[in-house]
Design a protein around this ligand. Structure first.
Ligand code: GDP
Ligand code: MG
Length: 395
């Protein structure tokens, strides 16, 4: 009568992509799961398992096929079985293991990533729980440092807010945090940065230089990039998706024309629009035509690429002139000159302050709602109650 006492599992790590995922299993069905679905690397029977034992083992399908090479931490043995499965964090692996647990009769407990964090092991306060729930989504080192600084700063600010004596004082502490609330999204969701410009300006070479790995097709013949290519990267601490597009020009080739049309759409949907021109052709009809053909592009940044060629020409080309209100950055995708300035200018378009000096903000949308509710509280007592909730221990 196994199901008389319930077996359950819950995730100790938050949902979403991560390097590892930890599932904790409890109850009598653990023995059945281990017997059916775990092949220990150094063979062990259930009777060999002891509390606080860490063993490597493959989690396998009923057919014997391996799902993942895992670490199994035995917390306690029969009759109160509790084990942790530390798997590689892929969502596919997690889903597959959850299916096996379902089939054996385990109940899932709390799928909400924040609620599922085990307080005693991981987070000590509701504030920590929010930090841990969003941590896997930060992809840059600078962003992680901001998160950890903010965790400490929020604790101090909330403690001050919890002892403020008037609503005005309290709101003065919380208000600036709420004003900054869109920053975490900028540090977790890559901003789309589209490079557009005439064929052969060096857009694909630039993307390769900006991401430090070859992702894009580069060729001497104009019109080589027919579609667009996306490459994840970083701009001064902010995650970005660099987007290479087909060169924009009026063309009679149908395939290339389709690419140009897509480039226009990518440009319209981008977070930051960057125009790339060949500085060595400045003043020549090809370069000036581009500015004349697309007066309404309104990019945030213009890159004067191939500055190595422009600077070494016997007669320096005339300055590039355009009517957009955008800074012009001298760069060479070939020598690497200007790459850091491009990243810095792009970062400034994403957020007005450098990540290193960015102010604290509510870490998750949920926390933002807590702060907003506190700020709207009709009395200082209600305000204190709302803020104190964030600092309470997780149970
Ligand atoms: N000298 C020099 N050549 C470059 C530079 N950037 C790109 N190129 C060359 O220009 C040509 C066209 O580059 P590509 O990136 O394919 O241009 P796209 O059509 O704008 O994507 C290639 O031969 C590149 O090697 C640069 O900064 N300096
Ligand atoms: Mg190209």
């Amino acid at each position: 009568m196994r199901f008389m006492s319930v077996s359950d599992w819950h995730a100790l790590t938050s949902a979403g992509p991560a390097a590892i995922g930890i599932i904790r299993l409890r109850g009598p069905a653990v023995a059945e799961f281990l017997a059916r679905h775990v092949l220990f690397h150094s063979p062990a029977t259930l009777a060999d398992l002891r509390p606080n034992l860490l063993r490597r083992g493959n989690v396998v399908e009923s057919s014997g096929e391996t799902i993942d090479d895992c670490l199994i931490l035995v917390e306690s043995i029969a009759p109160n079985w509790a084990v942790q499965i530390h798997h590689h964090g892929s969502l596919g692996v997690a889903d597959r293991i959850h299916d096996l647990l379902d089939a054996i009769g385990f109940e899932a407990r709390q799928s909400n990533p924040v609620d599922s964090i085990d307080g005693s092991l991981w987070a000590t306060t509701a504030l920590d729980a929010e930090v841990l729930s969003i941590l896997p989504y930060f992809s840059t080192a600078a962003g992680m440092r901001w998160l950890l600084r903010t965790r400490a700063a929020l604790r101090t600010l909330l403690e001050r807010a919890a002892t403020a004596t008037t609503l005005d004082d309290a709101r003065e502490i919380i208000g600036p945090l709420i004003a900054n609330a869109s920053l975490p999204a900028k540090l977790t969701t890559p901003t789309r940065v589209a490079l557009v410009g005439p064929p052969n300006a060096g857009k694909s070479t630039l993307i390769n230089a900006l991401t430090d790995r070859p992702v894009s097709l580069v060729a001497d013949r104009p019109g080589t990039t027919r579609d667009w290519v996306e490459a994840p990267g970083e701009a001064a601490g902010f995650p970005v998706m660099w987007i290479d597009t087909a060169g924009m020009r009026t063309t009679t080739n149908a395939v290339e024309a389709a690419g140009v049309e897509r480039a226009r759409r990518v440009a319209a949907a981008s977070g930051v629009l960057v125009v790339v021109v060949d500085a060595s052709l400045a003043g020549r009809p090809a370069a000036q035509h581009f500015f004349a053909d697309y007066p309404h592009l309104n990019p945030q940044i213009v890159i004067l690429n191939k500055i190595d060629l422009a600077d070494s020409a016997p007669q320096s080309p005339p300055p590039v002139t355009f009517s957009w209100a955008a800074p012009a950055i001298r760069a060479s995708a070939k020598t690497g000159l200007g790459m850091d300035s491009i990243r810095a200018y792009v970062a400034r378009q994403i957020w007005p302050a450098a990540v290193e000096s960015a102010a604290p903000a509510p870490i998750t949308p949920r926390q933002r709602r807590w702060f907003e509710a506190a700020a709207a509280a009709p009395s200082i007592a209600k305000f204190h109650a709302a803020i104190t909730a964030c600092l309470e221990p997780v149970t």
